[in-house]
Design a protein around this ligand. Structure first.
Ligand code: FAD
Ligand code: SF4
Ligand code: SF4
Ligand code: SF4
Length: 412
Protein backbone atom coordinates (compact mmCIF):
# COMPACT_ATOMS: atom_id res chain seq x y z
CA UNK A 1 0.00 0.00 0.00
CA UNK A 2 1.26 3.44 -0.87
CA UNK A 3 0.75 6.77 0.88
CA UNK A 4 -1.49 9.28 -0.90
CA UNK A 5 -0.67 11.84 -3.63
CA UNK A 6 1.47 11.97 -6.76
CA UNK A 7 4.55 12.21 -4.50
CA UNK A 8 4.21 8.51 -3.80
CA UNK A 9 4.26 7.67 -7.52
CA UNK A 10 7.22 9.96 -8.01
CA UNK A 11 9.27 8.63 -5.11
CA UNK A 12 8.48 4.92 -5.41
CA UNK A 13 8.19 4.46 -9.15
CA UNK A 14 9.52 7.30 -11.27
CA UNK A 15 12.59 8.09 -9.15
CA UNK A 16 13.42 4.34 -8.97
CA UNK A 17 13.40 3.99 -12.79
CA UNK A 18 10.42 1.65 -12.52
CA UNK A 19 8.02 3.55 -14.79
CA UNK A 20 7.10 1.56 -17.91
CA UNK A 21 5.71 4.68 -19.66
CA UNK A 22 2.30 3.03 -20.02
CA UNK A 23 0.50 6.37 -19.34
CA UNK A 24 -2.38 4.74 -17.46
CA UNK A 25 -1.87 7.16 -14.56
CA UNK A 26 -2.53 10.04 -16.99
CA UNK A 27 -5.82 8.47 -18.10
CA UNK A 28 -6.94 7.64 -14.57
CA UNK A 29 -6.13 10.83 -12.65
CA UNK A 30 -9.57 12.12 -11.61
CA UNK A 31 -8.20 15.67 -11.35
CA UNK A 32 -6.45 15.58 -14.75
CA UNK A 33 -3.16 16.59 -13.15
CA UNK A 34 -0.87 14.43 -15.29
CA UNK A 35 0.50 14.34 -18.82
CA UNK A 36 3.34 12.39 -20.48
CA UNK A 37 6.64 14.05 -21.34
CA UNK A 38 7.94 13.83 -24.91
CA UNK A 39 11.34 12.38 -23.97
CA UNK A 40 12.93 9.30 -25.58
CA UNK A 41 11.54 7.46 -22.54
CA UNK A 42 8.30 9.37 -21.77
CA UNK A 43 7.47 9.87 -18.08
CA UNK A 44 4.41 11.29 -16.27
CA UNK A 45 4.62 15.00 -15.50
CA UNK A 46 2.67 16.71 -12.70
CA UNK A 47 0.93 19.80 -14.04
CA UNK A 48 1.09 21.74 -10.76
CA UNK A 49 4.25 22.56 -8.83
CA UNK A 50 5.40 19.31 -7.22
CA UNK A 51 5.47 20.92 -3.75
CA UNK A 52 1.69 21.39 -4.04
CA UNK A 53 1.06 17.67 -4.70
CA UNK A 54 0.07 16.75 -1.15
CA UNK A 55 -2.52 19.55 -1.08
CA UNK A 56 -3.82 19.20 -4.63
CA UNK A 57 -4.16 15.42 -4.57
CA UNK A 58 -5.57 15.21 -1.05
CA UNK A 59 -6.36 11.61 -0.08
CA UNK A 60 -6.15 10.30 -3.63
CA UNK A 61 -3.54 7.69 -4.54
CA UNK A 62 -5.19 6.19 -7.60
CA UNK A 63 -2.10 6.63 -9.82
CA UNK A 64 0.00 4.56 -7.39
CA UNK A 65 -2.72 1.93 -6.97
CA UNK A 66 -2.98 1.15 -10.69
CA UNK A 67 0.69 1.57 -11.63
CA UNK A 68 2.33 -1.67 -12.84
CA UNK A 69 5.87 -0.31 -12.39
CA UNK A 70 6.79 -2.21 -9.21
CA UNK A 71 3.77 -4.31 -8.24
CA UNK A 72 2.21 -5.79 -11.36
CA UNK A 73 -0.90 -6.78 -9.36
CA UNK A 74 -0.90 -10.18 -11.07
CA UNK A 75 -1.98 -12.22 -8.09
CA UNK A 76 -5.12 -10.13 -7.48
CA UNK A 77 -5.89 -9.98 -11.21
CA UNK A 78 -5.60 -13.76 -11.57
CA UNK A 79 -7.98 -14.35 -8.68
CA UNK A 80 -10.53 -12.02 -10.34
CA UNK A 81 -10.12 -13.52 -13.82
CA UNK A 82 -9.44 -17.23 -13.15
CA UNK A 83 -10.37 -17.74 -9.50
CA UNK A 84 -6.86 -19.03 -8.75
CA UNK A 85 -3.20 -18.09 -8.99
CA UNK A 86 -0.72 -19.62 -11.40
CA UNK A 87 1.28 -22.62 -10.28
CA UNK A 88 5.07 -22.64 -10.22
CA UNK A 89 4.98 -24.47 -13.57
CA UNK A 90 2.86 -21.66 -15.01
CA UNK A 91 5.18 -18.93 -13.68
CA UNK A 92 6.27 -17.65 -17.12
CA UNK A 93 3.28 -18.54 -19.33
CA UNK A 94 0.33 -18.01 -17.01
CA UNK A 95 -3.05 -19.76 -16.81
CA UNK A 96 -4.56 -20.60 -20.19
CA UNK A 97 -7.20 -22.62 -22.01
CA UNK A 98 -5.50 -23.41 -25.32
CA UNK A 99 -2.47 -22.65 -27.52
CA UNK A 100 -2.40 -22.44 -31.32
CA UNK A 101 -0.35 -21.29 -34.25
CA UNK A 102 -2.40 -18.73 -36.17
CA UNK A 103 -2.00 -17.40 -39.70
CA UNK A 104 -4.20 -14.73 -41.25
CA UNK A 105 -5.54 -15.99 -44.59
CA UNK A 106 -5.70 -12.74 -46.57
CA UNK A 107 -2.30 -12.25 -48.28
CA UNK A 108 -2.85 -8.49 -48.19
CA UNK A 109 -2.81 -8.70 -44.37
CA UNK A 110 0.06 -11.21 -44.15
CA UNK A 111 2.20 -8.85 -46.23
CA UNK A 112 1.75 -6.04 -43.70
CA UNK A 113 2.05 -7.80 -40.33
CA UNK A 114 4.95 -8.86 -38.09
CA UNK A 115 4.32 -12.62 -37.97
CA UNK A 116 1.01 -14.44 -38.66
CA UNK A 117 -1.08 -11.31 -38.19
CA UNK A 118 -2.91 -12.35 -35.00
CA UNK A 119 -2.86 -8.80 -33.57
CA UNK A 120 -4.25 -7.20 -36.71
CA UNK A 121 -6.84 -9.81 -37.66
CA UNK A 122 -8.26 -10.13 -34.15
CA UNK A 123 -8.55 -6.34 -33.89
CA UNK A 124 -10.36 -6.24 -37.25
CA UNK A 125 -12.67 -9.06 -36.16
CA UNK A 126 -13.55 -7.26 -32.93
CA UNK A 127 -14.42 -4.06 -34.80
CA UNK A 128 -16.46 -5.86 -37.48
CA UNK A 129 -18.34 -7.95 -34.89
CA UNK A 130 -18.98 -4.69 -32.97
CA UNK A 131 -17.55 -6.22 -29.81
CA UNK A 132 -15.75 -2.88 -29.46
CA UNK A 133 -16.23 0.55 -30.91
CA UNK A 134 -12.49 1.28 -31.02
CA UNK A 135 -9.08 -0.39 -30.72
CA UNK A 136 -5.89 1.03 -29.21
CA UNK A 137 -2.97 0.21 -31.53
CA UNK A 138 0.52 1.59 -32.22
CA UNK A 139 1.58 3.03 -35.57
CA UNK A 140 3.71 5.99 -36.66
CA UNK A 141 3.47 9.69 -36.02
CA UNK A 142 2.11 11.18 -39.23
CA UNK A 143 4.41 14.24 -39.17
CA UNK A 144 7.54 12.34 -38.00
CA UNK A 145 7.22 8.81 -39.45
CA UNK A 146 10.20 7.39 -37.52
CA UNK A 147 8.40 7.96 -34.19
CA UNK A 148 6.03 5.22 -32.95
CA UNK A 149 2.72 6.65 -31.77
CA UNK A 150 -0.41 5.11 -30.23
CA UNK A 151 -3.83 5.59 -31.82
CA UNK A 152 -7.37 4.84 -30.76
CA UNK A 153 -9.33 4.04 -33.87
CA UNK A 154 -12.56 2.59 -35.25
CA UNK A 155 -11.06 2.35 -38.76
CA UNK A 156 -10.02 -1.04 -40.23
CA UNK A 157 -7.59 0.81 -42.55
CA UNK A 158 -5.87 2.42 -39.55
CA UNK A 159 -5.59 -0.96 -37.78
CA UNK A 160 -3.91 -2.41 -40.88
CA UNK A 161 -1.65 0.64 -41.21
CA UNK A 162 -0.59 0.05 -37.57
CA UNK A 163 0.27 -3.65 -38.12
CA UNK A 164 3.74 -4.96 -37.12
CA UNK A 165 5.77 -4.65 -33.95
CA UNK A 166 7.05 -1.30 -32.75
CA UNK A 167 10.15 -2.07 -30.74
CA UNK A 168 9.98 1.28 -29.00
CA UNK A 169 8.45 2.34 -25.70
CA UNK A 170 5.14 3.98 -26.65
CA UNK A 171 2.63 5.33 -24.12
CA UNK A 172 -0.85 4.21 -25.18
CA UNK A 173 -3.21 3.85 -22.23
CA UNK A 174 -3.93 7.57 -21.85
CA UNK A 175 -6.10 7.05 -24.97
CA UNK A 176 -8.63 5.16 -22.83
CA UNK A 177 -9.84 8.62 -21.80
CA UNK A 178 -11.10 9.42 -25.31
CA UNK A 179 -14.74 10.50 -24.76
CA UNK A 180 -15.81 9.28 -28.24
CA UNK A 181 -15.50 5.60 -27.31
CA UNK A 182 -17.05 3.46 -24.56
CA UNK A 183 -16.16 -0.11 -25.62
CA UNK A 184 -12.43 -0.40 -26.21
CA UNK A 185 -10.09 -3.28 -27.13
CA UNK A 186 -6.41 -2.89 -26.29
CA UNK A 187 -3.29 -4.40 -27.88
CA UNK A 188 -0.36 -3.77 -25.61
CA UNK A 189 2.79 -4.89 -23.91
CA UNK A 190 2.59 -7.12 -20.79
CA UNK A 191 3.25 -4.18 -18.43
CA UNK A 192 0.42 -2.21 -20.05
CA UNK A 193 -1.96 -5.16 -19.67
CA UNK A 194 -0.95 -5.46 -16.01
CA UNK A 195 -1.84 -1.79 -15.47
CA UNK A 196 -5.20 -2.24 -17.20
CA UNK A 197 -5.95 -5.23 -14.98
CA UNK A 198 -5.04 -3.30 -11.84
CA UNK A 199 -7.58 -0.72 -12.99
CA UNK A 200 -10.16 -3.48 -13.54
CA UNK A 201 -9.48 -4.80 -10.03
CA UNK A 202 -10.71 -1.41 -8.78
CA UNK A 203 -13.90 -1.38 -10.90
CA UNK A 204 -15.96 -1.05 -7.69
CA UNK A 205 -14.25 2.27 -6.81
CA UNK A 206 -16.09 5.30 -8.16
CA UNK A 207 -12.83 7.03 -9.29
CA UNK A 208 -11.77 4.02 -11.37
CA UNK A 209 -15.16 2.71 -12.55
CA UNK A 210 -15.86 4.93 -15.55
CA UNK A 211 -12.46 4.17 -17.15
CA UNK A 212 -12.47 0.48 -16.22
CA UNK A 213 -15.95 -0.05 -17.70
CA UNK A 214 -14.66 0.92 -21.13
CA UNK A 215 -12.25 -2.04 -21.38
CA UNK A 216 -13.79 -4.95 -23.33
CA UNK A 217 -10.70 -7.12 -23.90
CA UNK A 218 -6.93 -7.09 -24.01
CA UNK A 219 -4.41 -8.69 -26.37
CA UNK A 220 -0.77 -8.70 -25.36
CA UNK A 221 2.50 -9.27 -27.20
CA UNK A 222 5.31 -11.37 -25.75
CA UNK A 223 8.06 -8.93 -24.83
CA UNK A 224 11.79 -9.66 -24.49
CA UNK A 225 12.32 -5.94 -23.82
CA UNK A 226 11.49 -2.64 -25.42
CA UNK A 227 13.79 0.20 -26.45
CA UNK A 228 13.93 3.97 -26.07
CA UNK A 229 13.32 6.17 -29.11
CA UNK A 230 17.05 6.90 -29.15
CA UNK A 231 17.60 3.31 -30.35
CA UNK A 232 15.48 3.88 -33.46
CA UNK A 233 17.14 7.24 -34.10
CA UNK A 234 20.56 5.58 -33.77
CA UNK A 235 19.67 2.99 -36.44
CA UNK A 236 18.55 5.68 -38.84
CA UNK A 237 21.23 8.31 -38.33
CA UNK A 238 24.36 6.33 -37.30
CA UNK A 239 23.89 2.95 -38.98
CA UNK A 240 21.94 3.88 -42.13
CA UNK A 241 23.33 7.43 -42.34
CA UNK A 242 19.99 9.06 -43.07
CA UNK A 243 18.77 12.33 -41.53
CA UNK A 244 15.62 11.96 -39.43
CA UNK A 245 13.88 14.77 -41.33
CA UNK A 246 14.40 12.84 -44.60
CA UNK A 247 12.45 9.79 -43.38
CA UNK A 248 9.08 9.27 -45.11
CA UNK A 249 8.39 5.66 -44.02
CA UNK A 250 9.75 3.37 -41.32
CA UNK A 251 8.91 -0.18 -40.24
CA UNK A 252 10.73 -2.49 -37.84
CA UNK A 253 9.80 -5.70 -39.70
CA UNK A 254 9.07 -4.91 -43.31
CA UNK A 255 8.87 -7.45 -46.15
CA UNK A 256 9.24 -11.20 -46.11
CA UNK A 257 9.22 -12.92 -42.69
CA UNK A 258 10.87 -12.26 -40.27
CA UNK A 259 11.19 -8.84 -41.89
CA UNK A 260 13.85 -6.14 -41.92
CA UNK A 261 14.17 -2.71 -40.39
CA UNK A 262 13.29 -0.54 -43.41
CA UNK A 263 13.17 3.18 -44.01
CA UNK A 264 12.27 5.06 -47.18
CA UNK A 265 13.37 8.63 -47.68
CA UNK A 266 11.33 11.47 -49.12
CA UNK A 267 13.33 11.04 -52.35
CA UNK A 268 12.21 7.40 -52.50
CA UNK A 269 15.48 5.64 -51.56
CA UNK A 270 15.06 2.50 -49.45
CA UNK A 271 17.50 1.47 -46.69
CA UNK A 272 17.27 -1.83 -44.80
CA UNK A 273 18.91 -3.70 -41.91
CA UNK A 274 18.38 -7.39 -41.07
CA UNK A 275 16.32 -7.94 -37.93
CA UNK A 276 19.21 -9.51 -35.97
CA UNK A 277 21.25 -6.32 -36.48
CA UNK A 278 18.39 -4.32 -34.95
CA UNK A 279 18.43 -6.63 -31.91
CA UNK A 280 22.19 -6.18 -31.49
CA UNK A 281 22.12 -2.40 -31.86
CA UNK A 282 19.12 -1.97 -29.56
CA UNK A 283 20.95 -3.57 -26.62
CA UNK A 284 22.42 -0.15 -25.77
CA UNK A 285 19.01 1.54 -25.52
CA UNK A 286 17.16 -0.36 -22.81
CA UNK A 287 15.63 1.09 -19.65
CA UNK A 288 16.25 -0.34 -16.19
CA UNK A 289 12.52 -1.21 -15.96
CA UNK A 290 12.64 -3.24 -19.17
CA UNK A 291 15.87 -5.01 -18.24
CA UNK A 292 14.56 -5.92 -14.80
CA UNK A 293 11.06 -6.77 -16.08
CA UNK A 294 9.55 -9.86 -14.42
CA UNK A 295 7.30 -11.02 -17.28
CA UNK A 296 7.47 -11.98 -20.95
CA UNK A 297 3.67 -12.41 -21.14
CA UNK A 298 1.62 -10.98 -18.30
CA UNK A 299 -0.62 -14.05 -18.46
CA UNK A 300 -3.66 -11.91 -17.67
CA UNK A 301 -4.57 -10.71 -21.17
CA UNK A 302 -7.55 -12.38 -22.86
CA UNK A 303 -5.17 -13.59 -25.56
CA UNK A 304 -1.37 -13.55 -25.50
CA UNK A 305 0.50 -13.39 -28.80
CA UNK A 306 4.10 -14.06 -29.84
CA UNK A 307 5.98 -15.00 -32.97
CA UNK A 308 5.14 -18.49 -34.19
CA UNK A 309 8.83 -18.92 -34.85
CA UNK A 310 10.51 -19.40 -31.44
CA UNK A 311 13.87 -17.94 -32.47
CA UNK A 312 13.46 -15.14 -34.97
CA UNK A 313 16.93 -13.81 -34.20
CA UNK A 314 18.34 -17.03 -35.63
CA UNK A 315 15.86 -17.11 -38.53
CA UNK A 316 16.93 -13.58 -39.45
CA UNK A 317 20.63 -14.49 -39.27
CA UNK A 318 20.34 -17.68 -41.30
CA UNK A 319 17.58 -16.26 -43.55
CA UNK A 320 15.55 -19.37 -42.75
CA UNK A 321 12.34 -19.35 -44.75
CA UNK A 322 9.58 -20.05 -42.23
CA UNK A 323 5.84 -19.82 -42.87
CA UNK A 324 4.78 -16.74 -40.91
CA UNK A 325 2.56 -17.65 -37.97
CA UNK A 326 1.76 -16.17 -34.58
CA UNK A 327 1.61 -18.19 -31.36
CA UNK A 328 -1.68 -17.41 -29.61
CA UNK A 329 -2.43 -18.44 -26.04
CA UNK A 330 -6.14 -18.11 -25.29
CA UNK A 331 -6.94 -17.46 -21.65
CA UNK A 332 -10.55 -16.34 -21.25
CA UNK A 333 -14.05 -16.70 -22.67
CA UNK A 334 -13.93 -13.43 -24.57
CA UNK A 335 -10.56 -14.50 -25.99
CA UNK A 336 -12.13 -17.73 -27.17
CA UNK A 337 -15.09 -15.86 -28.71
CA UNK A 338 -12.75 -13.61 -30.61
CA UNK A 339 -10.92 -16.62 -32.11
CA UNK A 340 -14.25 -18.28 -32.99
CA UNK A 341 -15.53 -15.14 -34.74
CA UNK A 342 -12.32 -14.92 -36.79
CA UNK A 343 -12.68 -18.60 -37.75
CA UNK A 344 -16.36 -18.17 -38.71
CA UNK A 345 -15.37 -15.29 -40.95
CA UNK A 346 -12.66 -17.51 -42.52
CA UNK A 347 -10.05 -14.91 -41.57
CA UNK A 348 -7.60 -17.33 -39.95
CA UNK A 349 -6.04 -20.76 -40.12
CA UNK A 350 -5.33 -22.40 -36.75
CA UNK A 351 -2.89 -25.22 -36.05
CA UNK A 352 -2.56 -27.07 -32.74
CA UNK A 353 0.63 -26.12 -30.92
CA UNK A 354 2.48 -27.04 -27.78
CA UNK A 355 4.35 -23.96 -26.54
CA UNK A 356 7.76 -24.85 -25.17
CA UNK A 357 9.97 -21.80 -25.20
CA UNK A 358 10.93 -18.68 -27.10
CA UNK A 359 14.29 -16.94 -27.30
CA UNK A 360 12.77 -13.72 -25.95
CA UNK A 361 11.26 -15.58 -23.01
CA UNK A 362 14.55 -17.28 -22.21
CA UNK A 363 16.40 -13.94 -22.34
CA UNK A 364 13.84 -12.47 -19.97
CA UNK A 365 13.92 -15.38 -17.56
CA UNK A 366 17.73 -15.26 -17.32
CA UNK A 367 17.83 -11.48 -17.03
CA UNK A 368 15.30 -11.45 -14.22
CA UNK A 369 17.32 -14.13 -12.43
CA UNK A 370 20.45 -12.04 -12.68
CA UNK A 371 18.66 -8.96 -11.31
CA UNK A 372 17.28 -10.97 -8.37
CA UNK A 373 20.72 -12.42 -7.73
CA UNK A 374 22.39 -8.97 -7.85
CA UNK A 375 19.96 -7.79 -5.17
CA UNK A 376 21.16 -4.19 -4.98
CA UNK A 377 18.22 -2.25 -6.40
CA UNK A 378 14.44 -2.31 -6.15
CA UNK A 379 13.17 -4.44 -9.04
CA UNK A 380 9.58 -5.28 -10.01
CA UNK A 381 7.89 -8.12 -8.10
CA UNK A 382 7.72 -11.52 -9.85
CA UNK A 383 4.29 -12.69 -11.03
CA UNK A 384 4.36 -15.95 -9.12
CA UNK A 385 6.96 -18.17 -7.54
CA UNK A 386 10.23 -18.59 -9.41
CA UNK A 387 11.99 -21.94 -9.29
CA UNK A 388 15.38 -22.03 -7.62
CA UNK A 389 18.09 -20.66 -9.85
CA UNK A 390 20.89 -23.07 -10.53
CA UNK A 391 22.26 -21.33 -13.59
CA UNK A 392 22.28 -17.72 -14.71
CA UNK A 393 23.28 -17.02 -18.30
CA UNK A 394 24.24 -13.67 -19.79
CA UNK A 395 22.09 -12.27 -22.58
CA UNK A 396 24.78 -13.10 -25.15
CA UNK A 397 25.00 -16.68 -23.88
CA UNK A 398 21.22 -17.12 -24.24
CA UNK A 399 21.34 -15.82 -27.81
CA UNK A 400 24.35 -18.00 -28.63
CA UNK A 401 22.93 -21.17 -27.03
CA UNK A 402 19.43 -20.70 -28.48
CA UNK A 403 16.56 -22.75 -27.04
CA UNK A 404 16.75 -26.00 -28.95
CA UNK A 405 14.44 -24.45 -31.50
CA UNK A 406 15.03 -27.16 -34.11
CA UNK A 407 12.77 -29.26 -31.89
CA UNK A 408 10.20 -26.47 -31.68
CA UNK A 409 10.24 -26.13 -35.48
CA UNK A 410 9.05 -29.73 -35.80
CA UNK A 411 5.60 -28.55 -34.69
CA UNK A 412 5.06 -26.65 -37.92
C1 FAD B 1 8.90 -4.54 -27.72
C2 FAD B 1 8.47 -5.88 -28.25
C3 FAD B 1 9.16 -7.04 -27.87
C4 FAD B 1 8.77 -8.30 -28.36
N1 FAD B 1 9.44 -9.42 -27.97
C5 FAD B 1 9.06 -10.66 -28.46
C6 FAD B 1 9.74 -11.84 -28.09
O1 FAD B 1 10.67 -11.84 -27.29
N2 FAD B 1 9.32 -13.01 -28.62
C7 FAD B 1 8.26 -13.08 -29.48
O2 FAD B 1 7.91 -14.18 -29.94
N3 FAD B 1 7.56 -11.98 -29.81
C8 FAD B 1 7.94 -10.77 -29.32
N4 FAD B 1 7.24 -9.64 -29.67
C9 FAD B 1 6.02 -9.81 -30.44
C10 FAD B 1 6.28 -9.94 -31.93
O3 FAD B 1 7.23 -9.00 -32.36
C11 FAD B 1 4.99 -9.69 -32.71
O4 FAD B 1 4.49 -8.42 -32.34
C12 FAD B 1 3.95 -10.67 -32.38
O5 FAD B 1 4.37 -11.92 -32.81
C13 FAD B 1 2.63 -10.32 -33.08
O6 FAD B 1 2.77 -10.49 -34.43
P1 FAD B 1 1.44 -10.53 -35.30
O7 FAD B 1 1.81 -10.72 -36.73
O8 FAD B 1 0.52 -11.50 -34.66
O9 FAD B 1 0.85 -9.10 -35.03
P2 FAD B 1 0.45 -7.93 -36.01
O10 FAD B 1 -0.73 -8.36 -36.79
O11 FAD B 1 1.63 -7.43 -36.72
O12 FAD B 1 -0.09 -6.87 -34.95
C14 FAD B 1 0.71 -6.37 -33.93
C15 FAD B 1 -0.14 -5.39 -33.15
O13 FAD B 1 0.60 -4.99 -32.03
C16 FAD B 1 0.53 -3.56 -31.89
N5 FAD B 1 1.82 -3.11 -31.38
C17 FAD B 1 3.01 -3.20 -32.01
N6 FAD B 1 3.98 -2.67 -31.26
C18 FAD B 1 3.39 -2.24 -30.13
C19 FAD B 1 3.87 -1.59 -28.97
N7 FAD B 1 5.15 -1.25 -28.81
N8 FAD B 1 2.99 -1.29 -27.98
C20 FAD B 1 1.69 -1.61 -28.11
N9 FAD B 1 1.18 -2.22 -29.21
C21 FAD B 1 2.01 -2.53 -30.19
C22 FAD B 1 0.29 -3.04 -33.30
O14 FAD B 1 -0.44 -1.87 -33.25
C23 FAD B 1 -0.50 -4.16 -33.95
O15 FAD B 1 -1.87 -3.93 -33.80
C24 FAD B 1 7.64 -8.38 -29.22
C25 FAD B 1 6.94 -7.22 -29.61
C26 FAD B 1 7.35 -5.98 -29.13
C27 FAD B 1 6.59 -4.75 -29.56
S1 SF4 C 1 -4.35 10.17 -9.50
FE1 SF4 C 1 -4.75 11.12 -7.52
S2 SF4 C 1 -2.78 11.05 -6.46
FE2 SF4 C 1 -2.36 10.71 -8.62
S3 SF4 C 1 -1.90 12.73 -9.46
FE3 SF4 C 1 -4.09 12.39 -9.76
S4 SF4 C 1 -5.06 13.28 -7.98
FE4 SF4 C 1 -2.90 13.04 -7.48
S1 SF4 D 1 1.06 4.19 -14.37
FE1 SF4 D 1 2.42 3.75 -16.11
S2 SF4 D 1 3.14 5.78 -16.83
FE2 SF4 D 1 2.26 6.06 -14.80
S3 SF4 D 1 4.05 5.90 -13.43
FE3 SF4 D 1 3.12 3.86 -13.54
S4 SF4 D 1 4.21 2.82 -15.18
FE4 SF4 D 1 4.66 5.02 -15.38
S1 SF4 E 1 10.15 -5.29 -21.04
FE1 SF4 E 1 8.53 -5.24 -19.51
S2 SF4 E 1 8.42 -3.06 -18.95
FE2 SF4 E 1 9.50 -3.17 -20.90
S3 SF4 E 1 7.88 -2.91 -22.46
FE3 SF4 E 1 8.23 -5.12 -22.16
S4 SF4 E 1 6.66 -5.70 -20.64
FE4 SF4 E 1 6.88 -3.48 -20.54
Amino acid sequence: MYAASFLSLKENIINNDLCTSCSLCVAACPKELLSMSHDAVPLPLFQEHITAAADVCGDCRLCSDICPGYDTGTSESELRIFGRNRTEKERWVGIHQSVHQLAAIDPAIINKVAAGGAGTILAITALEEKLVDAMIVVGRDEASPWIPKAYITDSIEKVIECAQSSYCITPNLELLKDPRYNKIGIIGMPCQIQGVNKLLNLKHCPEAASLAEKVVFTLELGCASSTSLEGTEHLITSILNVKLEDVAYMRYRDGEYPGKFVIRTKEGTEHALPFYRLVEEFKKYKTFRCLSCPDWWSGIADISIADGDPNIFDSSKTERNTKPTSTVMVRTQIGQRLIQHAQQRSYIELYPYYFENNLGLERKRQRYRSYVAAGHRVIPLPSGVDADYTQILSDDEVIRNGIGDEKAHQHK
